[in-house]
Design a protein around this ligand. Structure first.
Ligand code: SF4
Length: 464
């Protein structure tokens, strides 16, 4: 039996696709080179922006073409059509009620709280393959919104052959930022038991993984309530447990990253843990979204410009060698020129090493979509461009300060532009390209940061 995955969206989606793939591999399935040749095709969808969903509608049209070609092919008449198409992820969760009715090409709509049912779908296809019969449908029968504590974490989310891995530690979000669909499709925050996380780390260590990223929509609010009333583990405590466990097992996992953080929950204690534990990477992604306290309130971000800057000050003080990146959202309803200037001045003040920047898009089902004061598209685009120009200049100036210095890099892959060179990532999450044999891929090497091309270092290898 074979499978084919199309995964869109965030790291959590990538981790969940890898987990389903691991489950199929453990049943003896193999990856198919294309959807056409697969028994099961899975589209793992994203709903964070309308454009992400539009792309999936396009793919469904393509699969409909594939299935009608199968139906018209006389040589295949009577055989169960392939691939069986399952659509999962946030769009599937958002449209759970009538997605299949609207798109009959879909065989299974698997919501975010039903991913553990993929085993049953695999079983029904395996049974049918025995006799070349049409697979008996699995009744997923899910009520929209029937989620919450129902989320089940997978035992391991490692892509086959990978040396880096995402490790989901929590799921869902209770913050309800007014522009965000995530709380409506991922439900309430659920924290994964520490023991389960440590057992996954043992599997990843055994697979010679070198770097992990702890995942959650808001990892800083991780809180595991143990059986005994007083026993609760918060994020800093979990980080200590993880580092101690890796040390005790002499694990090959050398770098531990985490995302996403919410500024209101980033504690001094966490900053202390990062300062003390060398396996914890000196890179923090801290989405600020905007520089105006008025707009932050309209976004329901639950912190002010001053409170955000206080976190930045604390990080810069205690972790001077750490890089800071962020998310910036422009053109939010009600944003005036002054508010926009506040964002420009915050970027100049903080000097992030990197930023993900985008303009506001009303998201159906979120409060901000119907807020007064919607900003015209051309203004949103113009403000985004101005911020991109400013931030790119800051990024290059900050990276240029590192030139001439040494850095440890995890060699990730062969450089796209030159097969004789490798692309690697520094602990500070910067890209570096350097000449080295492909045998270095998956290893830590020390390089000298020689030049800057765009926002990628050109480096020379010192030791491997
Ligand atoms: S913190 Fe806000 S932006 Fe992030 S997932 Fe939660 S609701 Fe969405």
């Amino acid at each position: 039996m074979t499978y084919f995955f199309e995964t869109y969206g965030c790291q959590m989606n990538k981790a969940e696709s890898a987990a389903i793939e691991q489950m199929l591999l453990s049943r003896g399935w193999a990856s198919a080179p294309s959807a056409e040749s697969a028994d099961l095709a899975v589209i793992n969808t994203c709903s964070v922006r309308a454009t992400a969903e539009t792309r999936v509608y396009g793919r469904l049209g393509w699969y409909a073409g594939l299935k009608s070609a199968w139906a018209e092919d006389a040589s295949l008449r009577g055989l169960p059509s392939r691939p069986v198409l399952a659509v999962t992820g946030c769009m599937a969760e958002r449209l759970l009620a009538d997605f299949k009715k609207r798109f009959p090409v879909i065989d299974y709509v698997v919501g975010n709280f039903q991913k553990s049912r993929f085993g049953e779908i695999a079983q029904s296809l395996e049974d049918a393959a025995q006799t070349n019969a049409v697979p008996a449908p699995v009744d997923l029968d899910a009520e929209p919104g029937a989620h919450g504590a129902a989320y089940s974490f997978s035992p391991v989310s490692l892509e086959p052959g990978a040396f880096t891995a995402f490790v989901p530690i929590m799921h869902g979000c209770d913050n309800f930022c007014s522009y965000c669909i995530v709380p409506f499709v991922r439900g309430r925050e659920v924290s994964r038991p520490p023991a389960e996380i440590l057992s996954e780390l043992d599997q990843l260590s055994a697979a010679q993984v070198r770097e992990i990223t702890l995942l959650g929509q808001n990892v800083n609010s991780y809180c595991w309530q143990g059986d005994r009333a007083l026993e609760s583990v918060r994020f800093p405590g979990l980080m200590r447990r993880i580092v101690n466990h890796l040390e005790a097992g002499d694990s090959p996992i050398r770098w531990v990253r985490f995302m996403s953080s919410h500024p209101k929950d980033l504690s001094d204690e966490l900053i202390e843990v990062i300062a003390e534990e060398r396996r914890l990477c000196r890179h923090i992604h801290l989405p600020c979204q905007h520089g105006s306290t008025k707009i932050l309130a309209a976004m329901n971000r639950k912190y002010s410009r001053e409170q955000y800057l206080d976190r930045v000050r604390k990080i810069r003080e205690r972790l001077p060698d750490a890089s800071l990146s962020t998310d910036i959202l422009l053109g939010f309803p009600g944003e005036t020129g002054e508010d926009f200037d506040q964002t420009l001045s915050l970027l100049r003040q903080v000097r992030f090493e990197a930023a993900f920047m985008y303009y506001f898009n009303p998201r159906e089902g979120t409060p901000a979509a119907s807020m007064p004061g919607q900003i015209p598209l051309e203004v949103r685009k113009a403000r985004l461009q101005e911020v991109i120009d400013l931030q790119l200049a800051i990024t290059r100036e900050e990276m240029a300060k590192r030139l001439g210095g040494e850095a440890v890099v995890l060699a990730q892959s062969v450089s796209r532009d030159n097969p004789g060179e490798l692309l690697g990532i520094t602990e500070q999450n910067e890209r570096a390209v350097f000449a080295a044999p492909q045998s270095c891929i998956g290893s830590f090497v020390t390089v000298k940061l020689a030049e800057l091309t765009g926002n990628t270092f050109r480096a020379t290898i010192l030791s491997s």
